[in-house]
Design a protein around this ligand. Structure first.
Ligand code: ADP
Ligand code: MG
Length: 234
């Protein structure tokens, strides 16, 4: 579904992504794991079209999307839940959710999609009229994911959805992603919660200083001594 080939990205003179190649197949959960500053957010933002690479190609459903503007990439079904959620705190939950359905096709289906979001996150149905800024961190993350779902993604990319959440909420979040995937959603998950990410992902890539240093099935990576000591504290 998604094919990234030899991607190189720089901020001015500072190159932070080096020859990164990765793939996500339809129906998979793929995790991208790496410590702070490794280049995970930069990679997601480049796939979304928010940063233009130096070179390399990004293909989605067989088409080259490398030089397309972000709205065009969204329209094709590549939707990102940004790091830090980026909600509108003074707007209601329902208004934040509906912002996700701004493209014509998503707009036409917004009532059904909203029901689906409420089924996944009953808490949001209870709090639909509350200002998003008054919700707990976990609830705000639910709104951010709900808003992305309102755009009817084919590929859902999440940037550290469990950052700063209590362990029980991290688990809830991972359960939701597993459920979405079981319903057919393809997911690219960026996470520092390596244990949890490997527990739900089919495959994973490890990024260090802008280089992919390991990749494999979650099972293989859990058994990898270097991964165990660097990321799993074993
Ligand atoms: N807007 C920016 N301008 C310059 N350097 C940046 C910018 N954003 C990120 N970086 C640098 O790029 C590298 C990768 O950052 P980032 O993609 O945010 O990593 P991660 O998401 O894995 O923590 C870091 O060294 C970071 O300091
Ligand atoms: Mg980041």
């Amino acid at each position: 579904m998604l094919q990234v080939e030899r991607l190189n990205v720089a901020y001015g003179a500072l190159q932070v992504i080096w020859d990164v190649s990765l793939a996500v197949r339809e129906g998979e959960i793929v995790a991208l794991i790496g410590s702070n500053g490794a280049g995970k957010t930069t990679l997601l933002r480049t796939i979304s079209g928010l940063i233009k690479p130096l070179f390399g190609t990004i293909r989605f459903l067989g088409e080259d999307i490398t030089s397309l503007p972000p709205h065009d990439i969204c329209r094709r079904g590549v939707i990102q839940v940004p790091e830090g959620r980026a909600l509108f705190p003074r707007m209601r939950v329902i208004e934040n959710l509906e912002l996700g359905a701004y493209l014509p096709e998503a707009r036409a289906q917004r009532h059904e999609t909203l029901e689906r979001v409420y089924r996944l996150f009953p808490r949001l149905k209870e709090r639909w009229r509350q200002d998003a800024g008054t919700l707990s961190g976990g609830e705000q993350q639910m709104v951010a994911i709900g808003r992305a779902l309102m755009a009817r993604p084919k590929l859902l990319m999440l940037d550290e959805p469990s950052l700063g959440l209590a362990p029980v909420l991290v688990e809830t979040m991972m359960d939701v992603l597993t459920q979405l995937n079981a319903e057919g959603m393809t997911i690219l998950l960026v996470s520092q919660e390596v244990h949890q990410a490997l527990a739900i992902a089919h495959r994973a890539y490890v990024i260090e200083n802008g280089h992919i240093v390991r990749s494999g099935t979650s099972h293989e990576l859990r058994d990898d001594d270097a991964i165990r000591s660097a990321y799993l504290g074993l």
